[in-house]
Design a protein around this ligand. Sequence first.
Ligand SMILES: Cc1cc2nc3c(=O)[nH]c(=O)nc-3n(C[C@H](O)[C@H](O)[C@H](O)COP(=O)(O)O)c2cc1C
Length: 327
Amino acid sequence: MTLGTTYLSLDLAHPVIAGASPLSATLDGIKRLEDAGAAAIVTASLYEEELVGEEEALEAIAVVGAESHPEVTSYLPPRCGCRNPLAAHVETIRRGAEAVAVPLVASLSATTREGWVGIAADLQAAGAAALEFNFHHVPTDPTETSADVEGRLIETVRDVRAAVHIPIAVKLSPYFTALPHLAASLAEAGANGIVLFNRLYEPDIDLETMTFQPNLELSQKREIRLRLRWIALLAGKTPLSLVASGGVEGVQEILKYLLAGADAVQTTSALLRHGPEHLARLVKGLTEWTQGHGATSVAEVRGRMSADRLEDSGVLVRAHQTTALLL
Ligand SMILES: Cc1cc2nc3c(=O)[nH]c(=O)nc-3n(C[C@H](O)[C@H](O)[C@H](O)COP(=O)(O)O)c2cc1C
């Protein structure tokens, strides 16, 4: 029996990947995720806007310190022998890639063309096995069209593809209008996979203080459904690797994603909730279920319930809510 799968043309021992989170932000965290059994590890994102902010802040402090209070330099964050926060992050990737045998996928979220291309090249040079683009954009300008947003993403992929040879996965938000067309365009631009979907940070209003409050909640199982539908609709119809991210708490969610057609499945909230050791339970559950259902490989399970293999794929696109109630 083999649980092996191919993700972004990388061979994985099984389909369960540790998704991007603070757990994979440090060398120790990366090693712990490998020890716990992750088939691949996505690092916490490197955010270009934070780099710029941190560098500017450090420069400002250094200037002020040099001019007026030299002792202020003692408040600077500890140095790692690296010149700046980018170098520190790249160093973590370099040491992580050396330390673990599983693929280390470096996640980045840039804001400029130079940022995407330059940081991607640095991450590749550091030994990342693949890149995951955390493409985050909240369109607030009414003159910006959906085509503008998609076009920029596609051009970014094209630019980075020209600069690096390692596989590129694009982690998408669920708010793109015509996902199959976007997937085709991303593939044509040189992407190798898409991650469906990122969860967006949704601040809430505190009625006492009348302020927006940060509201980061860990995910719930029910969040798989939006992703299940899109993976089932895309499976077999795109050359891209399909990677699920969202709502994996136990082995049932992993199985549903595989049946829908995912090549691999990421889990984040469950690892934050139960610790990286939860990975071993997930893999054990996957092994037992697969054996119990007479399958000899994950490949036999994958895509069995994708739209192109369903007798009635209308269930995935039907609009009549009352029909769903009567079924
Ligand atoms: C605390 C926390 C930090 C996260 N950090 C990142 C990040 O740095 N980059 C990223 O692309 N996604 C990040 N995510 C999103 C997760 O990788 C994942 O896509 C999302 O939580 C859905 O998966 P889940 O339901 O298994 O948690 C983060 C999620 C959480 C809860």
